[in-house]
Design a protein around this ligand. Structure first.
Ligand code: ZN
Length: 596
């Protein structure tokens, strides 16, 4: 239905509805949102207001928006044909009841993303039923683009939309139970399973994931899109939103599939001890760490805590630290015996672990808290440090005795002085994801996943120098002998090469699909790029920026580490916890079999 017909319909509907609605000359759309929600959800609401204000002019409807949820009352709603919730739902019982009455009397609702979020603390059973029984279960993280499949091309909402389209970066919610299991629900759009695995931290790996649906008992639509500043950058998706608004002026008119499942993993799930040439890789599902020696023998599979995610090594003390997200501990492994010698309680959901050899301290960042845990390597005693944000990545410069933290939610890189634990911060950009330090030139590199650039801190300038990359730069590594910086661009399927002296881009190299891991052998200048969706690793010859080889490296290669003394690269894969070894001289692979 086009906009004009929608308007006509609304006028007709208001006549038919008689006393139900007042009879405005133009249909009225009223949006509710919060300006104090999660910043990315506020950003979405602001973008939505801009989009809807423009549409109101071109499509001739009246649009109003408010952050006053108390306006969700019977009196107000009498004049409203369509209610939008952009980023939140009401918590007040009176507002909830007014909305229930509005919907039961034939009102229309369109909710985006966080507006549908509900969990055990929501305490609004009516709303869960209204959503088709969907309860928030897990999500992907950080926001990434994904291919969306339209379930029913004949549905009015699908008018002019291709069978599938690329939806801009979003945080994808998974629901349990899935609304598809409800016979009253009609799913209109679904996350393409070809997107799996998706996420760099919270990784969704399989299952059915409806992203747009209607509960046919109501005039309602829910869309999962609504996180961050990219939502309105797709003409196709904008059309889908237009269609949704138009269709909600009309009345909605209907197989069990596996539910989506996810894991949380740090790209730092594999580590090398350069002194012993041993590689340690976490097996999140099995709760173990695989140890591989330089001769590709598996001397041990070490039982650690539940759901190990990240790992770090202190090469000076030959100790390995494993962050166990499932039970809030760090397992300390003695590298001589490869046996666990301590288990340190660090608090819920440890996600990143990093070692500062300068002070023998281990820094543990945890999800959903701005308090870090610091373990003293000499005593294994844990203490708290409050950097004021949740660190998604940590880089250490032991020469400077400095620790650098970044957070997706914060524009600043936090700097911890290893000597006195004092914290300072440097502005760096938007939606920081990966970070690396080059001790040789004292520069810090941080990727801005939200703005397609790398922030370079330190060096000559005081502030950050921004260097343009491909879209969604998500991993980076430095050739310490040439100073060159390599950046993996998730959405562009490319690697950007930056000169370490001039801070300029010297090459952009196409690699495989969804590159998510990167490592450099500074001794022979080979660069290894894990193409997660291709199941391959691209080997770049850094001397001339050409592709030396593309090798099969298991299902969903994710994390890489390099031993520059032996020119071997170790690739860890998410699918089945495989480990593949690449010989950087012969460019051949081997997949050693673990000893059980
Ligand atoms: Zn979100």
């Amino acid at each position: 239905m086009n906009a004009r017909r929608f308007l006509l319909f609304l006028l007709l509907a208001s006549h038919l509805a008689g006393s139900l609605f007042a009879q405005p000359s133009r249909s009225k759309v009223l949006a509710f949102y919060s300006a104090t929600a999660e910043p990315d959800h506020v950003q979405f609401a602001q973008d939505a207001l801009k989009f809807l204000n423009e549409r109101a002019v071109s499509e001739h409807f009246t649009f109003e928006a408010t952050t006053k949820w108390e306006d969700l009352n019977d009196e107000n709603l009498k004049t409203v044909q369509l209610v939008l919730w952009l980023n939140e739902s009401p918590t007040n019982p009176e507002q909830r009841h007014a909305f229930e009455r509005y919907m039961q009397l034939g009102g229309a609702w369109l909710g985006f993303h966080a507006a549908g979020y509900n969990d055990k603390d929501t305490n609004w059973p009516w709303f869960v039923d209204f959503l088709g029984g969907a309860v928030f279960h897990i999500n992907s993280w950080p926001p990434l683009p994904a291919r969306i499949i339209m379930d029913d091309r004949s549905h009015p909402v699908a008018a002019g939309i291709p069978d599938a389209f690329e939806s801009p970066a979003n945080e994808w919610y998974v629901w349990k139970p899935s609304p598809r299991l409800n016979k009253d629900v009609k799913v209109l759009a679904t996350f393409d399973p070809a997107n799996y695995p998706i996420g760099l931290k919270d990784v969704l790996t399989s299952g059915d994931l409806p992203v747009m649906w209607t509960n046919t008992k109501y005039k309602m639509l829910y869309m999962d899109m609504g996180h961050g500043d990219k939502i309105f950058t797709s003409a196709v998706q904008n059309r889908l939103i237009d269609n949704a608004i138009n269709w909600l002026g009309n009345r909605a008119s209907q197989s069990a599939t596996p539910e989506a499942s996810g894991i949380r993993i740090s790209p730092r799930g594999i580590v090398l001890n350069p002194r012993t040439h041993k590689v340690y890789a976490v097996n999140t599902r099995r709760g173990t760490v695989t140890v591989l020696d330089g001769n590709e023998h598996f001397p041990a599979s070490v039982k650690v805590g539940a759901e190990p995610e990240a790992i770090a090594v202190n090469e000076d003390t030959n100790r390995i630290y494993v962050a166990n997200a499932g039970d809030g501990t760090v397992t300390v492994i003695d590298g001589r015996t490869d046996a666990p010698i301590a288990k340190v309680a660090v608090g819920d959901l440890p996600y990143v672990v990093a070692v500062n050899t300068a002070n023998d301290k281990i820094y543990v960042a945890r999800t959903f808290t701005n308090v870090m845990t610091v373990i003293d390597g000499k005593t294994n005693v844990a203490s708290s440090l409050k950097p004021g944000e949740q660190a998604d990545a940590i880089a250490v410069d032991p020469a400077a005795n400095k620790i650098y933290l970044l957070s997706y939610e914060s524009p600043n890189v936090k700097v911890i002085d290893g000597a006195d634990s004092r914290i300072s911060e440097v502005p760096a950009g938007t939606h920081l994801w990966a970070i690396a330090a080059n001790p040789a030139n004292k520069k810090i590199y941080a990727t801005n996943a939200g703005s397609s650039n790398v922030a370079i801190l330190g060096g000559e300038s005081k502030g950050a120098t921004l260097v343009h990359t491909g879209e969604t730069p998500c991993a980076l590594a430095i050739d310490s002998s040439t100073g060159r910086v390599y950046v993996a661009n998730y959405t562009s399927n490319s690697v950007t090469v930056i000169d370490g002296t001039s801070d300029s881009v010297v090459a952009t190299i196409d690699v495989g699909e969804r590159p998510q891991g990167l490592a450099v052998d500074s001794a022979n200048h080979k660069v290894y790029v894990a193409n997660t969706h291709s199941g391959t690793t691209t080997v770049i010859d850094g001397t001339n920026n050409s592709i030396a080889a593309t090798l099969s490296t298991g299902t969903w290669p994710f994390a890489i580490v390099v031993d520059s003394a032996t020119h071997k690269a170790y690739v860890s894969s998410l699918g089945g916890d495989q480990l593949t070894v690449i010989d950087g001289t012969t460019l051949t692979i081997s997949s050693p079999t673990p000893k059980q």
